[in-house]
Design a protein around this ligand. Structure first.
Ligand code: PLP
Length: 447
């Protein structure tokens, strides 16, 4: 439990909350009424006042195997005692090679190359940089433009916010957000509200990529990046046939296709990756979160072999890619990753979502008809419940639902007026009943 060095505030609210500038948080509001976790086990958190809170969001879409799994804890403890750190440049350690090899076995055929980062944001920046350098290495250095998508979230690096499509994440940050264009997002309640699984309507929205290519010319475009399922902006699903169309248009014009699988990776849809679920193979996949069950920060980028090979052409003593992080393949992260993959495999967690998806879908859609609910959408073990905003006070209604859920012992996540759910993949049916039962109670008397 938390304890200040002098013992003050042990297990409870810290005496001084001023210094920590919290990320993506209303700092002043939070610090007046803090919500603190001090423990976690399997499907639950423990609050500082000793309450159990059911984790409906796997932390931030990342604790896929449930909390504090003893095998992962032990692997990290053993590793830190044996070797805390090894330099990542011009040196190596066995764990990083082993983890990369095991990951490549999970990936589509011909996509065997793994670059390690420390977060989803770094994975996105790595993918974008490699896309540029790849075209240049092949003599197509004019391909410098990226195409993202409205309502896309690709982390908070300058690359990620450039291709991202969330105005609040972009508008404050000036002229470095250049050289991009955006596809329209794929969500339209008029055609899709209360769809179970992938919407029928909307594949044609991918055709906009042809318009964008015609506008800029293919010779200026390096890559298209999309989340196969957009999570952070409120669970936006790809219409049937949409990702297939993007793939075909990218192929036609020599444009790389990047899937940002930071949330869809590692079993979220009931398949190891979204590429498996949709049967559409991109050229590059970005990942993080579930890779280490969030025990130690780690991200990874997966590349088709042809991309890696394009860099392996100069003299053997030349560094092929001037990119990397001090903590790329950190020993603690690789130990956590290997222990996590072992659990995923032994417990079948990367496909468990497929067994539970129908039950989850039915439970989510049972909220239809309750006050304020204007849409429910789902895929795998993801659900989005969209509420009618209070007039003139966008986000207030969903945030109130979040606070009430926390009081009732359930962690949900809200974005705008949308509730997003993404539980650990170890979830049981009675947890699913609890999640949607608590939500139904809350919705019945929410202002
Ligand atoms: N990409 C996607 C699709 C994400 O959902 C996220 C985080 O939610 C990121 C990138 C950024 O990851 P991180 O917060 O680890 O930098």
């Amino acid at each position: 439990p938390f304890a200040a060095p002098d013992g003050r505030g042990s297990g409870s609210v810290p005496n001084n909350m001023d210094a920590f500038w919290m990320p993506f948080t209303a700092n002043r509001q939070f610090k007046k009424a803090p919500r603190l976790f001090v423990g976690a086990k399997d499907m639950h958190y423990t609050t500082d006042d000793g309450r159990q809170v059911l984790d409906g969001t796997a932390g931030l879409w990342c604790v896929n195997a449930g909390h504090c799994r003893p095998e992962i804890v032990k692997a990290v403890q053993d590793q830190v005692a044996a070797m805390d750190y090894a330099p990542a440049f011009q040196m190596g350690h066995p764990g990083a090679f082993e983890l990369a090899a095991q990951l490549s076995a999970l990936l589509p055929t011909g996509m065997d190359k793994v670059f390690f980062t420390n977060s989803g944001s770094e994975s996105v920046d790595t993918a974008l940089k490699v896309a540029l350098a790849y075209h240049r290495a092949r003599g197509e250095g004019t391909r410098t433009r990226f195409i993202g998508r409205e309502r896309g979230y690709h982390g908070v690096g300058f690359g990620g916010i450039s291709v991202g499509g969330i105005v609040t994440n972009r508008k404050f940050f000036g002229p470095m957000l250049a050289g991009v264009d955006h596809l329209p997002h794929t969500h339209d309640k008029a055609h899709q509200a209360f769809t179970q699984g992938q919407p029928e309507w909307g594949a044609h929205l991918a055709d906009d990529l042809e318009r964008i290519v015609a506008l800029h010319d293919a010779s200026t475009i390096a890559a298209v990046i999309v989340e196969p399922v957009a999570g952070s902006t409120g669970v936006l699903l790809p219409p049937k046939g949409y990702l297939e169309k993007l793939r075909a248009i990218c192929d036609r014009h020599g444009i790389l296709l990047i899937f940002d699988e930071v949330i869809t990776g590692f079993g979220r849809l009931g398949t190891p990756f979204a590429t498996d679920y949709f049967g559409v193979v991109p050229d590059i996949i970005t990942a993080a979160k579930g890779l280490t069950n969030a025990t130690v920060p780690m991200g990874a980028v997966f590349f088709k072999n042809a991309i890696y090979d394009a860099f392996m052409t100069g003299p053997e003593n030349a560094i092929e890619l001037f990119h990397g992080y001090t903590y790329s393949g950190h020993p603690l992260a690789t130990a956590a990753g290997l222990a996590t993959l072992k659990i995923y495999k032994e417990e079948g967690l990367l496909t468990r979502g497929a067994d539970l998806a129908a039950y989850w879908q039915e439970a989510a859609h049972s909220l239809r008809g309750l006050p304020h609910v204007i849409d429910v959408r789902n895929l795998g073990l993801i659900a989005g419940i969209e509420l009618e905003p209070i007039a003139g006070k966008p986000t207030a209604r969903a945030f109130e639902a979040f606070l009430r859920a926390f009081d009732k012992g359930l962690l949900i996540r809200t974005t705008g007026d949308i509730i997003a759910l993404s539980p650990p993949l170890i979830i049981e049916k009675d947890h699913i009943d609890q999640i949607f039962g608590i939500l139904a109670d809350i919705l019945r008397d929410l202002p």
